[in-house]
Design a binder for this molecule. Structure first.
Ligand code: GDP
Length: 173
């Protein structure tokens, strides 16, 4: 609807508004609530508790769905670029490439490694997997910014886990 509105403003009033479409965002200051948060902050919180309590980590679903995750700091840099440089009404997808897509299982393994969790990891297939894939093409972004360096996923996950542990008492959870 924002896209429709932006086109309308342009046609009727000659105004230049656009829209950005990020894929799954994660990073510091996220909502780490287990029931309501998205998968990465949810799993980071659950891994922290499992580590503290010596209990297993329960991942919802089979672990097979795949997602493209974007680190909030990378997204912030891209949004500032879009504000300053991007001159189209047409929305732009802000995402890592399709080859960077990871499964929920791989994402959970990355969190487990970052937090040094040594306990058991269980996949609860009574919980739904949701959409299997939502692959987004970042070709347009790449034509504008061929050299933009995304933070490597494992580094971004590690920074987010470290932030959560260091700010456990004040983090949104
Ligand atoms: P979305 O489906 O892309 O909106 O993202 P979600 O963050 O809600 O979940 C993506 C996938 O992660 C789904 O397949 C969930 O079943 C799976 N998942 C595994 N463990 C968790 C968890 O602890 N929290 C959430 N939110 N999703 C989880």
């Amino acid at each position: 609807m924002i896209d429709v509105q932006n086109r309308g403003y342009h046609q009727q009033h000659g105004r230049m508004f656009t829209a950005v479409i990020p894929t799954n965002v994660f990073g510091m200051h996220d909502n780490f609530n287990i029931e309501e948060g998205h998968v990465l902050p949810g799993l980071i919180h659950k891994t922290h508790l499992a580590h503290k309590n010596g209990s297993p980590l329960v991942v919802w679903g089979s672990g097979k769905p795949r997602r493209q995750f974007i680190y909030s700091l990378d997204l912030a840099r891209l949004i500032i670029w879009a504000l300053r440089e991007y001159q189209e009404i047409e929305p732009i997808i802000l995402s890592v490439g399709e080859e960077e897509e990871v499964s929920i299982k791989e994402a959970a393994e990355c969190i487990v490694a970052s937090m040094g969790f040594k306990g058991q990891v269980i996949f609860d297939t009574n919980k739904s997997d949701g959409q299997y894939k939502k692959t987004a093409n970042n070709g347009k972004l790449r034509t504008y910014l061929p050299d933009f360096q995304f933070t490597p996923f494992s580094q971004a996950v590690k920074e987010t886990c470290d932030w959560f542990v260091a700010n456990y008492h004040t983090a949104r959870k």
